[in-house]
Each structure stands twice: as C-alpha cells, then as structure tokens.
Design a protein around this ligand. Structure first.
Ligand SMILES: Nc1nc2c(c(=O)[nH]1)N[C@H]1C(S)=C(S)[C@@H](COP(=O)(O)O)O[C@H]1N2
Ligand SMILES: [Mo]
Length: 310
C-alpha cells in the first residue's frame, strides 16, 4: 500500500501531490517519451525504510521537537535567514543522483533511492552545534560514510573528501547573491571520513530527509560545527589536496578547515563557551568536540600545529 509520508511542517493537503500519483505521472511521462527532467517534481523523496536506532550514540539530552528542527534552518542557497523551510519545498528531491568520484577505483553515480535499499540504514541521535552557538538533537537516519566509500574503493593517494552540494538557480533564490562563492563546498580528511561517526543522512524523525534539512542526502560529523555538514549533496570527490570550503573562502579568519567544536576557543566575534538549546532556549555549556571526544580526539593528536578549532 502506498501511503503519503506525513511531514513535520505543514503543507496544505491540496498542495501536496500524493506519492502514488507522482509515480503514476512519472511512469506516464516515461511512456510518452518525456524525460524525468520535464517534471516539476514536488519535494518528495522515496519512502524511508524502517531503521533501528543505534544505541552507541546517546543524545545526552532531550531530542529537539521536529517542528523546531525543520523550521529553523541554515541553508543559504534559499536565503540567509532561518525561515527558509517553505521556499525549500521547491527543491525537487526525486530522482536525485549523487556522484562519487576522484581518486577512487570505480567512480559511480548513486541514485538516492538505490542507496536507501543498498546501504546499512540505522538511526542515530546526534547533537548538532552551529558555530552561531545554538544546538539541537535530531534522530537522523543514514549510513556511515565509510560504507559508501567502500563501494568505490579509495586509492591510496586519496587524502581528503570534498563535498559539493546542489546549485539549482531555478529554485534557489540565494544563488543570486553572486558575491558568495557557490556552490557550497565542504571537506574533511580521509581519516575523519572513515571515523565511525561520519554519517550520510537520508532521513530525520523516521521520515525522508526534508529539503530544508538537506534532503534527500546530507552529511554530518557531530563533533564539528554545523557548517561542515553539506546539505543536498550532488558530488563526493576524493582528492589529494585539501578542498577549500565555502565559508573558508568567504572568511578564513572565522571559519577554518577543521572547525572542531571547542568551548574555550572563541569565534572572533562571540564566545563559544555555551550554546542556546533550540526549542527551550535554555543555555548550556558547550563540550569539547561537542562531547564526542571519546570517538575523535585521537584523530588530532599528531595535528596540534593545525588550527583545529574553527
Ligand atoms: N548547502 C548548504 N549546506 C549547509 C548550509 C548551507 O547554507 N548550505 N548551512 C550549514 C550550517 S551553518 C548548519 S548549522 C547546518 C544546519 O543544518 P539544519 O538546518 O539541518 O539544522 O547546515 C549546514 N549545511
Ligand atoms: Mo551553522
């Protein structure tokens, strides 16, 4: 039975095309010899298979209300304020292809629907700490980045992973702000990518990942500031050189490559000692590596000369 997945934000029922009608329409267009590109697709991803919660990663605090996590977003392609959840619904999530290429044995295009079937899906409660000093806890569904990289075979000379996110001028008004170095790029080292915490996210709150949170597929490394987590990924490239990220290109003195959470290293314009909890508004102390040091501190012992903290 096909059931329309309910969303965390309110779409008036009349604006939402039931999923089975979308599939029917696509099949009909295909039969008529029209490509999928001709469809003005609504923001629906494929159904999300059920995924068990992984108990290795306790949230340590209350899960953020779905309404808050899905209506208070940073997604500059749609605009620089937090209220982009509605315009972001124009992002066509299906079909969606993410290329994995660069220094790998087998570059490949992955359809997100195929990844949902092929990858070992699990749910993780992860904290997200934005560099702007607010935070949330979200039940993300996804799979380790290492499982994806195993599909393409990284070459020994691959040292970094570069993430490129979608750039669709027809639906992303923010791209008209041409002084920004679009597309939004992020990156990490291979060692960071292979860490078990590095997670490719395809769902939130048991539903397909909505566009405003980076649907249909985004990245998340919970020990780093949120800007490292590229949304709506179109390309993952293994490289020998350190990629220059979007924020690093804009303001290198404020947003570096490593961007690990550290309460004792202030942003040039504000303290990072505490954070505002999304929803309750409570202020709580920020933890080193956002509390994930037990998994990741070892990655940095030989890198003490680097600017590790944003
Ligand atoms: N493509 C893209 N990815 C992005 C951003 C963005 O503007 N564009 N903002 C980043 C920032 S600053 C944060 S804090 C998180 C926010 O994710 P959320 O909206 O799911 O909370 O997404 C990150 N990923
Ligand atoms: Mo952020």
């Amino acid at each position: 039975m096909l059931i329309r997945t309910p969303r965390g934000w309110e779409i008036p029922e009349r604006d939402a095309t039931p999923e089975h009608l979308v599939f029917g329409r696509r099949a009909a267009l295909k039969a008529a010899g029209l490509g999928a590109a001709t469809i003005a697709a609504p923001a629906f991803a494929a159904d999300l298979p059920a995924a068990e919660r992984n108990a290795r990663y306790p949230a340590g605090r209350e899960v953020t209300a779905e309404k808050d996590a899905t209506t208070y977003n940073n997604y500059y392609e749609f605009g620089t304020d937090k209220g982009i959840s509605r315009p972001a619904q124009k992002l066509p999530l299906q079909p969606w292809t993410m290329r994995v290429d660069g220094l790998v044995d087998q570059p490949r295009d992955f359809g997100v629907e195929d990844l949902l079937k092929a990858m070992p899906l699990e749910e993780r409660l992860y904290r997200l700490r934005c560099v702007e000093a607010w935070s949330m806890v979200v039940p993300w569904t996804g799979f380790p980045l290492s499982a994806l990289l195993a599909q393409v075979g990284p070459k020994p000379e691959a040292r970094y992973v570069r993430f490129e996110t979608a750039s669709l001028p027809a639906v992303m008004p923010g791209l008209r702000q041409s002084w920004y170095p679009w597309p939004y790029i992020e990156g990490c080292t291979i060692e960071e990518a292979m860490n078990e915490l590095s997670f490719m996210v395809v769902g939130a709150y048991g539903k397909p990942l909505p566009p405003q949170n980076g649907g249909p597929i985004r990245f998340h490394q919970p020990w780093k500031y949120g800007f490292k987590a590229g949304k709506s990924l179109v390309k993952v490239t293994l490289t020998a050189e350190r990629p220059k990220s979007f924020w690093e290109a804009i303001q290198p003195s404020e947003y570096g490559f490593w961007a690990n959470v550290n309460p004792s290293v202030s942003h040039p314009r504000w303290s990072q000692a505490s954070e505002r909890v999304l929803g309750s508004g409570e202020r709580i102390p920020t933890q080193l590596f956002n509390g994930y040091g037990e998994w990741v501190a070892g990655l940095y012992t030989s890198l003490q000369k680097e600017r590790l903290w944003a």
